[in-house]
Design a protein around this ligand. Structure first.
Ligand code: GRF
Length: 190
């Protein structure tokens, strides 16, 4: 078996993108090993998914640390102990700070449910629909210090004209679950 890329997945919520990545890694389509799932919300459903998939997880409470620098140093040490090469954000609701950005330079990736640079930040699907544009979509991008501002790696669009939020949301998530593992595999194979 070819070398697998060692990754950590950071998530704060449901974890359906974590699931898609884990499923793709399990079939071998994505040549990666998830060394750790990290969450800043111990009650997040992603923790249950990790347990069911038999993948180690780690929950921390940011407010228990004096600063982002301190909890990122703690995370950095953990990830380095596990020889993690890439950090994959999947619904992680915090900005990444200088400690992790420097330790994993150009090796932190995020997925966002809009056609960036349009509609960064929270509730991107709601922002897209409220703006009345005709096209929504998904972006996979490198993470920098900004909010959804890093270099774009892959995008896929869908038509949203005259469609309800639920239907659009469902299609966006379906796209995410295919696009994210496929894009990661392309990156890791480079
Ligand atoms: C996804 O829409 C992702 O694009 C965004 O947060 C959501 C996470 O969903 N960054 P899930 O927790 O992976 O189900």
């Amino acid at each position: 078996m070819a070398n697998k890329t060692k990754i950590a997945v950071f998530a704060s919520g449901n974890g359906s993108n974590f699931q898609a990545i884990a499923d793709s890694a399990a079939t071998g389509a994505l040549q990666a090993e998830i060394m750790l799932v990290v969450t800043d919300r111990p009650q997040a459903y992603v923790m249950e998914r990790a347990q069911q998939a038999g993948i180690p997880s780690f929950a921390f409470i940011p407010s228990a640390y004096e600063s982002k620098q301190l909890y990122e140093e703690m995370l950095k040490e953990k990830l380095e102990q596990l020889n993690v090469e890439w950090i994959i954000l999947a619904g992680y609701m915090r900005l990444i700070g200088p400690v992790l950005l420097e330790a994993f330079e150009n090796r932190i990736i995020n997925i966002h449910p809009s056609l960036l640079p349009a509609f960064p930040g929270k509730d991107a699907i709601g922002q897209t629909l409220a703006a009345g544009v005709e096209t929504a979509g998904v972006t996979v991008h490198y993470v920098d210090a900004g909010m959804d501002t890093g270099k774009i790696i892959a995008q896929q669009s869908i038509a949203v004209r005259d469609r309800g939020r639920e239907e659009v949301e469902e299609e966006i998530h379906e796209i995410e679950h295919r696009l994210y593992p496929a894009t990661l595999q392309r990156l890791f194979a480079q």
